[in-house]
Write a protein that binds this ligand. Sequence first.
Ligand SMILES: [Zn+2]
Length: 71
Amino acid sequence: MFLITCPVTRTDELVADRRIRSAVNHPAHIALHVECPCGAVHVYRTGRRREATVGRRPAVPVRPAPEPARA
Ligand SMILES: [Zn+2]
């Protein structure tokens, strides 16, 4: 299980590992395609590749920067 922030509903969603459709390795990160409870598939990046992230920003959790909620 892991926590994502849905870009559609702007809410935190707890999703199971089996909801990960695919994980694509890139030189600087890993792209996770996650099946969200909202029905869409979102892509999240992880910073697992330490050798590629040294000198940049440290590894970040799989959630975009929070934005203030709009009514
Ligand atoms: Zn979603």
